[in-house]
Design a protein around this ligand. Sequence first.
Ligand code: HGY
Ligand code: MN
Ligand code: MN
Ligand code: MN
Length: 407
Amino acid sequence: MTPEICPDRMLARLAELGRIGALEGGGVCRLALTEADKSGRDWLVAGMRALGLTVSIDGIGNIWGIRPGTGDGAPVMVGSHIDTVATGGLYDGALGVLAGMEIIAALNTSEARTQRPVAVAAFTNEEGARFAPDMMGSGVHQGALDLDEMLAVTATDGRGVVKEDLDRIGYRGDAAPITPAAFLELHIEQGPVLEQDGVRIGAVTGVQGIHWTEFTVHGQTNHAGTTPMALRRDAGQVAMRIAREADAIAADNGPPQVATVGVFEVSPGLVNVVPDHARLTVDLRNTDGAVLEAATRRLTGFAEAAAAEAGCTLTHRPLARFAPVAFDAGLVDKVEAAARSRQLSVKRMPSGAGHDAQMFAPNCPTAMIFIPSHKGLSHNVKEHSDEADIIAGTQVLLDLVCDLAGV
Ligand code: HGY
Ligand code: MN
Ligand code: MN
Ligand code: MN
């Protein structure tokens, strides 16, 4: 019997996971290694076991379940993440993991045997919202990030350390990482392109480069009324200038350059006190690695000069440095062909967002499938994708898994 997706079962799982960490009024918050993340992990592991999968957990808390094949070669792996940002939606990450669960269920129901084993994975801390960098779990799993270094990472809010939080939620395992025969990730586009173009499926060609930098500025508190501007050492003004420079870089480089100041703190935060401390993060991205490197050099050089000019001291540290990644051309072709064979419109496109798949690309044939995001919204509680697109994306993923794993 040919394995078929059961739409109701797939949508029910998405709704069920969406209730874990659900926010009043909609949306989800399952920040990495929090109690909500633990609850999501517990639910997922139970679901994997109920599907008969052999579950493994590695040293950074990545979870994967394997359905055996008739042969014992490397598995075809599908996966993504179940951690979210604080203003998360139902689909970012969850879609790719739960589509994998649905594929296992479809294989089980049809009693199909695959030549290769099939694995479903959920990677730790893809978002990087609490602990930078993002794609932490998949980066360690695939050798792009060092396990001990990542275990020692302190939360950007200063509250928590990866290793302690992993131990607290009981997800620091010892399974050896695996390199699959191929890695596929189904994900919402998180941008406006597919919806604007009226296209159902994105055959993702690669992921743009990502540079995150944290700047910390120290100046001197002083009286807002009595201190002449020339005598101030105003950390807040320096931070604002750095933020404006990030904006200027995006304007000067033009698309696809993007720049985001996501964290911006000044202290002591009092109306009549010149700030003596500021901390900000800048997220720069570009599909061109050389342009991105130059952008980061321009920003850090500007920051150092601005601080010196204002009589402040400045430190900066990289929170993430990921070069652009291209996916396997043959596999991207297969994504396109699989969509077409289901009479789904499809277009090739790069990913603006980072994804776990980018960590597998250097080590095995890797590709991604996008479905449209309503109004291009994501990292927003109103994140939405149509049920028909969710099912279509899952069916394309199933067809690719059956092809690659040999049903
Ligand atoms: O930042 C990103 O692109 C991803 O959502 N972690
Ligand atoms: Mn994601
Ligand atoms: Mn995300
Ligand atoms: Mn992502």
